[in-house]
Design a protein around this ligand. Structure first.
Ligand code: PGA
Length: 259
């Protein structure tokens, strides 16, 4: 982290877990466990049907609501889709795009990820743009080549005034939901590499100011070491965000407002 230049963001990704009726009990349990004067941005990205509930329940605990996906279209005959305008209208602040599960199970291409990020930015919503390599790519030493491609494709046509609004999440696919976390050194190396790509595309100031998160089996035990890395500005947390005590411990591991 480098709190002088950029926001620390701890974002939970509930994926397809938790019922609407479970939000209030979750927040009631989480709230007293959170550090009292936390200055990191705390977000819970929930299924679209739970957005309203999270907006309502999260407010008092100062938890921002995020969505997990958005349509690449503005409106119209796209049965089942949710538009960026619909999310913004409710008050959603963040939305994950390009999560590896969506890329893998819903054939979400880099072109779609780019279109979705742009739709979100038009509505003032921060896209949390996910990138990450497979185990095969890592073993073939293709990690940075792949990440370089994904970042440039996702940000294609997004100008310098809007890059400030974006958050990048580095999530090695082999670490997601596997309990196999990247080492702090591996996370730092790639997050630093991503900052270098942003510098190359937009210049030094936007690169210094953009928040880059790590995701992939981050938990209450390993969070502090990962977050201590200079280019790791927060976390995107799946499994551990479903347990109030674990999620609160990760927020506390940002070291801010810890009493
Ligand atoms: P995990 O998921 O923390 O359960 O590995 C991270 C993610 O998919 O965002």
């Amino acid at each position: 982290m480098n709190v002088k230049y950029r926001k620390t963001v701890i974002a939970g990704n509930w994926k397809m877990n938790m019922l609407a009726s479970e939000i209030k009990p979750f927040i009631d349990e989480l709230k007293p466990l959170l550090p009292k004067t936390k200055t990191c941005e705390t977000v819970l990205c929930v299924p679209a049907v739970n957005v309203s509930g999270m907006l309502k329940q999260g407010r008092e605990a100062k938890i921002s609501c995020g969505a997990q996906d958005v349509s690449e279209h503005d409106k119209g005959a796209y049965t089942g889709d949710v538009s960026a305008a619909m999310l913004a209208d409710l008050g959603v602040k963040y939305c994950i795009v390009g999560h590896s599960e969506r890329r893998a199970y819903y054939a979400e291409s880099d072109v779609k990820v780019n279109l979705k990020a742009k739709k979100l930015l038009e509505q003032g919503i921060t896209p949390i743009i996910c990138v990450g390599e497979s185990l095969e790519q890592r073993e073939m030493d293709l990690t940075m080549a792949h990440i370089n491609y994904q970042i440039r494709a996702a940000l294609n046509g997004i100008d310098v005034s809007r890059i400030r609004k974006c958050v990048i999440a580095y999530e090695p696919i082999w670490a997601i939901g596997t309990g196999k976390t990247a080492t702090a050194a591996q996370a730092q190396e790639v997050c630093c590499g991503i900052r270098g790509i942003i510098r190359d595309m937009y210049g030094a100031r936007p690169a210094r100011g953009i928040s880059i998160l790590y995701g992939g089996s981050m938990n209450a035990k390993n969070a502090a070491e990962l977050l201590a890395q200079p280019d790791v500005d927060g976390g995107l947390i799946g499994g551990a965000s479903l347990k109030p005590a674990d999620f609160a411990a990760i927020v506390a591991a940002t070291g801010e407002g810890n009493e």
